[in-house]
Design a protein around this ligand. Sequence first.
Ligand SMILES: *[C@@H]1O[C@H](CO)[C@@H](O)[C@H](O)[C@H]1NC(C)=O
Ligand SMILES: *[C@@H]1O[C@H](CO)[C@@H](O)[C@H](O)[C@H]1NC(C)=O
Ligand SMILES: *[C@@H]1O[C@H](CO)[C@@H](O)[C@H](O)[C@H]1NC(C)=O
Ligand SMILES: *[C@@H]1O[C@H](CO)[C@@H](O)[C@H](O)[C@H]1NC(C)=O
Ligand SMILES: *[C@@H]1O[C@H](CO)[C@@H](O)[C@H](O)[C@H]1NC(C)=O
Ligand SMILES: [Zn+2]
Length: 472
Amino acid sequence: MEFLLFTFVGVVHLLSLSSGKPIYKNDISRRTFQEIKEEIASYGDVAKAIIDLAVYGKAQNRSYERLALLVDTVGPRPSGSRSLEKAIQIMYQNLREDGLENVHLEPVKIPHWERGEESAVMLEPRIHRMAILGLGSSIGTPPEGITAEVLVVTSFEELQRRAPEARGKIVVYNQPYVNYSTTVQYRVQGAVEAAKVGALASLIRSVASFSIYSPHTGIQEYQDGVPKIPTACITVEDAEMMSRMASRGNRIVIQLKMGAKNYPDADSFNTVAEIIGSKYPEQVVLVSGHLDSWDVGQGAMDDGGGAFISWEALSLIKDLGLRPKRTLRLVLWTAEEQGGVGAFQYYLLHQANVSNYSLVMESDLGTFLPSGLQFTGSDEARAIVEEVMRLLQPVNVTRVFRAGEGTDINFWIQAGVPGASLLDDLYRYFSFHHSDGDTMTALDPKQMNVAAAVWAVVSYVIADMEEMLPRS
Ligand SMILES: *[C@@H]1O[C@H](CO)[C@@H](O)[C@H](O)[C@H]1NC(C)=O
Ligand SMILES: *[C@@H]1O[C@H](CO)[C@@H](O)[C@H](O)[C@H]1NC(C)=O
Ligand SMILES: *[C@@H]1O[C@H](CO)[C@@H](O)[C@H](O)[C@H]1NC(C)=O
Ligand SMILES: *[C@@H]1O[C@H](CO)[C@@H](O)[C@H](O)[C@H]1NC(C)=O
Ligand SMILES: *[C@@H]1O[C@H](CO)[C@@H](O)[C@H](O)[C@H]1NC(C)=O
Ligand SMILES: [Zn+2]
């Protein structure tokens, strides 16, 4: 997962959702909400069949095992790397061998950055070799490194206040972790803000909910007209220690060396597969996760899990011999971590058909035991999704939260398409996120079974209902 864009579409007219009133504003079918509820309830047996297959039956642990094979084979899959290219080719084969339809690759140009060798050594007040991870798109240092005194701040406001002290120094941010969307601003903007006040480099406390001395990388952004300075993340432990040292009046000196380099854009692909709709093949329910990852760990959780439960959703539906009325389209995005590069290309290419997307779904917040679905859309659509989630009572995942989102589906949500994302244990997710700890060991096959069942039931039922989800 990369940025969180908050998109609240909807909350407009409040039609009565009680029985007897038409639910659609420009109601063609004159169906009442009661009739829609009954239609959804009629999927009870299908939902049970999906759950049985995914959680108790032949398909149990399949998404976990398929993912383990991929990530053990190719490892992490950063944008522009050979391993991402290899993963895309393997997935193309996998989806064909799985018997899915219209399996194809859609070309995209993507950024190519490599971290190279990197190190940070505290020279004063004592020698201490620190764990760091350069941030995506950062420039490197000169070969001899940058050796400078440190200014520790806990916020952008403090940096502004102490701007005269920052010139010629390495700025260390020790911002507290509030939540991802708020705290990630330090990772994304930290270098730019430090450069504006004359710093030589910036080191940013990892944006993580938990740490056992783990640096967590991610993308950062330079700004036109502001000097580019090298930037890396450090551990929560080192950020806090330097903060304590500074408050004692210690002079802190660090030598930072980074071999990071940006290369010309690389060729890549979004990977697409379908179960073509039986009645409205032009209409689409999109199910997705991203295949790229950071260059540390295995990219198993972010976003191997999301990509593979999305594939699993189509596999389960196909295995049961089901074919929804609308097309179920699986998209495995490329270069999400660089800010949804593959997804933006897909949106440009397909936006002419925006009126025929009933729902866009992305799982990129973990595939642990789901707490429920996050949803963005009209109140009418939400009421329908709430009914669909009742079908998941057998696995006790029935809640519908606000703010469905995902870097890769936000383009569509902003264009008015209802959007859904899988929500689970965010504390756990941001413990492993973008770190060497993001491996298969962080995942649990049984939890992935439930996540896949939720994903399959929601996507199938919405794709098969008589009407598309109503919009605002
Ligand atoms: C699925 O994984 C769980 C947890 O590792 C294990 O206990 C169970 O035996 C596995 N089921 C199958 C069918 O392999
Ligand atoms: C994150 O924290 C900020 C600041 O407290 C708050 O305004 C925002 O709603 C929070 N976002 C989420 C997704 O919880
Ligand atoms: C848009 O939908 C039409 C069918 O309604 C289809 O023929 C066309 O290929 C679609 N375009 C894209 C770019 O997906
Ligand atoms: C949307 O789908 C309908 C029928 O399913 C089709 O007639 C229409 O041309 C499609 N619209 C676009 C923009 O492709
Ligand atoms: C079902 O999930 C809710 C949270 O959504 C939880 O509070 C409750 O304990 C769960 N019930 C069972 C039987 O697991
Ligand atoms: Zn991700």
